[in-house]
Design a protein around this ligand. Structure first.
Ligand code: PLP
Length: 222
């Protein structure tokens, strides 16, 4: 259940860090999303294309929709006309498809590269090494209609705060290094998307400027 007081406190805390709050609305109904919209929230994140499309169609058009989950190449065409930010780019091939579909829509699509920082094997993303190798070649790639705006990562799902902090610090260090080293990415390479309901505070302390928060805003998912 949406709790206005919790939302306001969260919004204030995130703003104090100068960070952006993405309200993760996966599994939630359009009416539940509208409640949060009416509280002032305009940025919502979804992890599945098939769930995002009907919500985009039904809900107010000033919502900025972020795709935060694993994205299959064959689904890019459905979101290319309107998506505001794709957090989960995890391959060069996917970026090529996004650029191609963006050309058809006459758009430039902002993207984040997902970096694998967690211990778990199930999380998608570039390793640090793969990321640096990819960025070294990036300027030479024909990717006219995507814009690399930063990095996204997820920490290991654990109660071990020290480990979570270490992983966020590691991603923040990679982000800083990339921002300094790959000057061709400026002035757009500014977003560090890390932190969810359970660990957003640690993420903010470690330098996150975009948090993706679902259950804390909407209540637990069933
Ligand atoms: C579900 C999800 C979130 C939000 O998770 P909560 O724990 O509900 O805050 C953030 N990022 C991604 C990629 C997700 O899939």
């Amino acid at each position: 259940m949406f709790n206005h007081a919790i939302f306001n406190t969260l919004h204030e805390e995130v703003s104090r860090y100068g960070a952006t709050l993405v309200a993760v609305s996966k599994t939630k109904t359009p009416n539940e999303i509208l409640t949060v919209y009416q509280a002032g929230q305009r940025i919502f994140g979804e992890n599945k294309v098939q769930e995002l499309i009907p919500k985009y169609e039904q809900l107010p058009k000033d919502i900025e929709w972020h795709l935060i989950g694993h994205l299959q190449s064959n689904k890019v065409k459905y979101i290319a006309p309107f998506v505001s930010l794709i957090h989960s780019v995890d391959s060069e091939k996917l970026l090529q498809v996004i650029s191609k579909e963006a050309v058809k829509c006459n758009r430039i699509i902002p993207c984040l590269l997902q970096v694998h920082i967690a211990e778990e094997e199930t999380k998608f993303g570039f390793s640090e090494q793969e990321l640096l190798a990819f960025l070294t070649n990036y300027a030479a790639l024909p990717l006219s209609n995507v814009r690399l705006c930063g990095l996204m990562g997820m920490a290991t799902y654990t109660e071990n705060v020290a480990q979570v902090r270490k992983e966020f610090a590691q991603l923040a260090a990679i982000f800083k290094q990339v921002a300094q080293q790959y000057v061709n990415l400026q002035p757009h390479f500014k977003v560090l998307s890390m932190g969810m309901s359970a660990d957003y505070r640690i993420a903010l302390e470690e330098g996150s400027n975009m948090v993706r928060i679902g259950s804390l805003i909407f209540g637990e998912r069933s």
